[in-house]
Write a new protein. Sequence first.
Length: 272
Amino acid sequence: MEKVHLTHEKATLLITLYAKAEESRLPDSLLRDHYAADAVARIDHDFSKLGMNRDEMIGLSMRAYTLDAWVREFIAAHRGATVLHLGCGLDSRVFRVDPPPDVSWFDVDYPDVIELRKKLYPSRPGYQLLGSPIANLAWLAKIPADKPTLVVAEGLFLYLQEDEVLQLLRAVTTQFPSGEIAFDAYSRWGLAMVRRNRMIRQTGALTHWSLGNPQDLESQVPGLRLRAEQWVYEEGDGKQWARFTWPSRMLVWLMRRVPPLRRLGRLLRYRY
Ligand SMILES: C[S@@+](CC[C@H](N)C(=O)[O-])C[C@H]1O[C@@H](n2cnc3c(N)ncnc32)[C@H](O)[C@@H]1O
């Protein structure tokens, strides 16, 4: 069993890991993340203290599912691409997506998080781990600069300062020839709701970055073009919403009809 001593934004990885692990146990699981379930079983930590409910597990799994799909699309369209998975925490995306060995995949997070990852997950061809604070951009020098590069960040940018997000995005669009950047972003109200979330409050994590109009980033980061803005709970056939309890379903119904409410939390996909 691995002991964990994580606090603040690092401890938030336990929330997303547990959500995916527990959702994978549901008979109608969307993400089927048995890697997360195996990791949780090997961590010496009382996850029940989170008090996570079923709707939260499903919501977080929906977010991961969409990002996985975007990663798969990018890899399929760009042979030999690079994937930078930033703020990877203990997320098993590289195993879920299972890229071909010609893809160079880098998981990046704080050094102690990366050390924990190494104890819980096996290595695989084409897969590297980098331990560094994201905002110290020296880690970018280790990435090949001549390949189409996808940056995917789930539950990360809200913990960064605005200038850290902008500097990172500018460095990515400058260093690599082309690619995409996919992440979740919250409006100011959305961030206020995240701050009030009891699981986030337990960690002591501070949130900073919010985004209103996603097109604002196009003028702040030369070369960036918005490709998709997708509400976190967007999905074609309504099957996932049907899994929520009725109060959440009503909230989703309301959010679907009131566009500013959709900006509370959504997934953004840019190309450069
Ligand atoms: C909510 S967790 C998400 C983890 C993972 N992406 C997932 O979905 O399961 C946030 C992650 O971002 C990482 N993180 C936050 N700020 C960071 C920073 N400045 N540098 C490196 N990692 C950071 C934390 O260590 C944590 O692993």
